[in-house]
Ligand binder design. Structure first.
Ligand SMILES: Cc1ncc(COP(=O)(O)O)c(C=O)c1O
Length: 451
């Protein structure tokens, strides 16, 4: 991919970067202004679940834009927002049927943690304010969601500004923080929640916040059997809510509408945060869905003093409705499950051929590859080699997008996410694997000469 952007232009984000200039998108493909055709193997930031330029979503946007784009939620109700609330309730289970709309993932997590606090306060349980989350994890960039996040390069610099939150170990089985292995570990990562609650005084804890299948910070970890039953029992016994951060995993990404549904009956979210795939890259959109009892308890006690100007705007809501219609109409959740099996098998084959891929994990169309200098000991590469970034650059040279992150909460190791749109065709998946194969081969060879 040619680098055609400006380094000293009018915009700035995380770092100086000389990025290719995007021109247009269609399906799984993005074109640059200099004519390269790039395969979107990670749906941007695991956002573009329906691919680019889906005609049904574009049509819904046009129709709604011509009618009304904005009507403020304290002044008007609007049809698309109500319809989106009904549709989300129809997709979910366990009484998750009341929705608070927002405009992104960080906003969704902020809303969820404030809702948990408000719920306990409304019941007269003012002492509960702490959030327990996991390390590593990613929950967003705003200070509340960041305080719950377990990813040190993003959190350390802002630590003095944040309310200190508390972390238990994420189920990173390939690198068990307790040095154990499943099943003889007896789910030490799940029972860690009990120990942490006892140490904090459980009567001060409002909620346990978790990504049911890991996202960028862990490289798509899937918890072992029994994990959800254990954390659900502990949370219930101590009267704390569970918040499932499905910002990345929701809207069909893992082969179920929400990832918790893979463990229906054991995983029991009180509050669910959705975003990314819900707007699918067509509009900034997020949602917090909870049980009627939680919403009513808060509202009956007075109010939920929280909100965002763009929350529930009719244009974004109409996009959400269209996205859910396409997911349903095209059977894309089942397609994610089916194609995910093929993608997982293909990635495992690549790992067999490229030994520096130490672990392949994931579900549906959310997969992580972890890189190791020594597969036998699982020793990571030296930090400065920035291996995930190198592999991502090699993939970009093949006109393939993948998504890199450091491991160990940002402190050691490397992984990438492979998460193509749910509309990916079989031949496009083959093309993705072929390009990744070449990128892995070149990266591995280059590392052999420097590592
Ligand atoms: C699990 C999870 N939660 C929250 C967020 C924050 O979402 P946003 O970037 O839309 O604010 C992300 C984004 O990557 C995420 O993956």
């Amino acid at each position: 991919m040619a680098q055609t952007g400006e380094t000293d232009g009018p915009l700035f984000y995380q770092t100086r970067a000389n990025l290719p200039m995007v021109d247009r998108g269609e399906g799984v493909w993005l074109w640059t202004t200099d004519g390269r055709r790039v395969l979107d193997g990670c749906s941007g930031a695991v956002v573009a679940n329906l691919g680019h330029g889906h005609p049904r979503v574009l049509e819904a946007m046009r129709t709604q834009a011509e009618r009304v784009t904005f009507a403020y939620r304290t002044q008007f109700e609007n049809g698309p927002a109500v319809e989106l609330g009904h549709k989300l309730a129809g997709q979910l289970s366990q009484g998750l049927d009341r929705t608070f709309l927002v405009s992104g993932g960080s906003e969704a997590v902020e809303t969820a943690i404030k809702l948990a606090r408000s719920y306990h306060a409304a019941r007269g349980d003012e002492a509960r304010y702490r959030i327990v989350s996991r390390f590593p994890s990613y929950h967003g960039s705003t200070l509340g969601a960041l305080a719950a996040t377990g990813y040190r390069p993003l959190t350390d610099g802002y630590a003095p500004m944040m309310v200190e939150q508390n972390h238990v170990s994420a189920p990173t089985c390939y690198r068990c923080p307790f040095g154990l292995s499943y099943p003889s570990c007896e789910l030490a990562c799940a029972t860690d929640l009990e120990r942490t609650l006892e140490a904090l005084d459980p009567s001060t804890v409002a909620a346990f916040l978790l990504e049911p299948i890991g996202g960028a910070s862990t490289g798509a970890i899937v918890p072992p059997d029994g994990y959800f039953a254990t954390i659900t029992e502990i949370a219930r016994r101590h009267g704390i809510l569970t918040i499932y951060d499905e910002v990345m995993t929701g809207a069909g990404r893992t082969g179920a509408f929400a990832a918790y549904q893979h463990w229906e009956g054991e995983a029991a979210p009180d509050v669910l945060a959705l975003s990314k795939g819900l707007g699918a890259g067509y509009t900034p959109l997020g949602a917090v869905v909870t049980r009627g009892e939680v919403a009513d308890t808060v509202l009956d006690a007075g109010a939920f003093p929280h909100g965002f100007s763009y929350a529930g705007n009719p244009l974004s809501a109409a996009v959400g409705v269209a996205v859910l219609d396409v997911l349903e109409g095209e059977g894309l959740v089942a397609r994610a499950a089916e194609l995910g099996e093929r993608l997982g098998a293909g990635l495992r084959e690549l790992a067999d051929r490229h030994p520096f891929v130490g672990d392949v994990r994931g579900k549906g169309l959310l997969w992580g590859l972890e890189f190791v200098a020594d597969p036998a000991t699982r020793t990571p590469y030296a930090f400065d080699l920035d291996v995930a970034r190198r592999v991502t650059v090699a993939a970009a040279e093949e006109d393939l997008l993948i998504y890199p992150r450091r491991g160990g909460g940002g402190l050691m190791g490397d992984h990438v996410l492979v998460a193509p749109p749910l509309v990916t065709r079989d031949d496009e998946l083959d093309e993705l694997l072929a390009r990744l194969d070449r990128a892995l081969a070149r990266s591995e060879a280059a590392l052999a000469s420097v590592a």
